[in-house]
Ligand binder design. Sequence first.
Ligand SMILES: [Zn+2]
Length: 80
Amino acid sequence: MPIYEYKCNACKKKFETLVMGSFKPQCPDCDSQDLARLMSTCGFVSKSTDAGGTPQVTTSAGASGCGSCTSTNCSSCGMG
Ligand SMILES: [Zn+2]
């Protein structure tokens, strides 16, 4: 499931949303569809520091593209 991060050009709010198919996201604050897509966070892997405290980052897994993803073929990392 690709999760993308967007920034609203109208109110500058950043938010993440699931994008499925031809779904067109809109700002949860002002309902604008004038959005800029930011780097993918690769789903669920990042930002979670509950268990070990140290996030797992493998430098060998594709330095270009998605550095925070432990998988080499994450569907969110394809860059189109
Ligand atoms: Zn907005």
